[in-house]
Design a protein around this ligand. Structure first.
Ligand SMILES: Nc1ncnc2c1ncn2[C@@H]1O[C@H](COP(=O)(O)OP(=O)(O)OP(=O)(O)O)[C@@H](O)[C@H]1O
Length: 253
C-alpha cells in the first residue's frame, strides 16, 4: 500500500451470488487529490466505494484510509472519512438541523460544536430555511445537500461522494463544487463518482474508469484522456455505443 495515499485499495473482490460485482480492483488515491470514479451502469462503482468506506464487507482484498486498515479498524477509519452514499436511508423523521447535529454527535462532537457546525453547513448549502423542516419532506436535491452536510460535519480528511450532483439544481451544484474545491485546497481528499464526464473533466485532477468490476484506466485526468475528451476516451475504453435508430414503431414519420 502507498503510504502517501489517502485511500489505498488492493485486490478488492465482491460477489453477489454468481454475479461478480468487483473483480480485483487496485487503486491509490493521492492525498489532497480530487479523484473521479466513472464507469457504465453496473460497473461496480457503488460497490467499491461502499467497501472502501466500511459499509459493505469485501470478499477479498485490503483497503486503507491514510494508513488505517478499514476492516481491521473500522471505528478509526470511519472517523477519517465522510460518506455521501447513493440510496442509503437517512433518519428522515428528524429536521435537517437535528439530523446534521445528530450525525456530528455520532462522530464524537459535543452538542454545542455540532450545533455550531450545523448552522454553518446549512448556511453554506442554502438550507437555513429548510433546517426546521422534516427531511422526509425535502426534495431529492435538498436531501442530497443535507446528506452532504452530514458527511462534512466531523471535518473528515477524506470525502467519498457517490453521485453528489444527481438531482441538484445548477446553482446548488456550483455551490457544492466550490465547497469541495475549497475542501481539497485545504488538504482534504475528495473521491466522487459521477456519470458526468464533463463535470469530472473540469472538476477532478485524477480519474479512474471502472468497467465490469475492474479498473481499465487510472491516473491524472490529462493522462487518462490522452489528448481526447474524457467522454471519448470513456467510450473508447468501455465500448457499448450502438449506432441504431431504434425500433420502427418509435419513428414518428
Ligand atoms: N445488493 C446487491 N445484490 C445483488 N447484486 C448487486 C447488489 N449490489 C450491486 N449488485 C450488482 O453488482 C453490480 C455492480 O453494481 P454497482 O451498484 O456497484 O454499480 P455502479 O457502477 O455503481 O452502477 P450505477 O452507475 O448504475 O450506479 C451490478 O451488476 C449490480 O446489479
Amino acid at each position: 500500500m502507498v503510504q502517501s495515499a489517502a485511500l489505498s485499495i488492493r485486490g478488492l473482490v465482491k460477489h453477489f451470488g454468481a454475479k461478480v460485482a468487483v473483480s480485483g480492483i487496485d487503486l491509490d488515491v493521492p492525498a489532497g487529490s480530487f479523484y473521479g470514479l466513472v464507469g457504465p451502469n453496473g460497473a461496480g462503482k457503488t460497490t467499491t466505494l461502499s467497501m472502501a468506506t466500511g459499509l459493505l464487507r469485501p470478499d477479498a482484498g485490503g483497503i486503507s484510509i491514510h494508513g488505517v486498515d478499514v476492516w481491521q479498524n473500522l471505528v478509526e477509519a470511519k472517523k477519517l472519512v465522510g460518506v455521501l452514499s447513493d440510496g442509503v436511508a437517512l433518519f428522515d423523521r428528524l429536521t435537517g438541523q437535528q439530523l446534521v447535529t445528530y450525525a456530528g454527535m455520532l462522530c464524537g462532537l459535543d452538542r454545542s460544536s455540532a450545533v455550531e457546525r450545523t448552522t454553518d453547513l446549512l448556511t453554506m448549502l442554502d438550507l437555513t430555511d429548510a433546517g426546521s423542516s422534516l427531511v422526509v419532506d425535502y426534495s431529492a436535491g435538498m436531501t442530497k445537500k443535507i446528506a452532504l452536510a452530514c458527511a462534512l460535519v466531523h471535518a473528515p480528511r477524506v470525502l467519498v461522494l457517490d453521485e453528489p450532483f444527481e438531482s441538484v439544481d445548477p446553482v446548488s451544484a456550483a455551490n457544492i463544487r466550490d465547497i469541495l474545491a475549497e475542501y481539497a485546497r485545504g488538504g482534504g481528499t475528495v473521491i466522487v463518482s459521477s456519470h458526468s464526464m464533463d463535470l469530472v473533466q473540469r472538476m477532478c485532477d485524477h480519474v479512474a474508469i471502472v468497467s465490469q468490476g475492474q479498473i481499465v484506466a487510472a491516473g491524472t485526468v490529462d493522462d487518462v484522456r490522452a489528448g481526447s475528451t474524457l467522454e471519448d476516451r470513456f467510450v473508447e475504453l468501455v465500448g457499448g455505443r450502438r449506432h441504431t435508430e431504434g425500433p420502427s414503431w418509435l419513428q414518428s414519420s
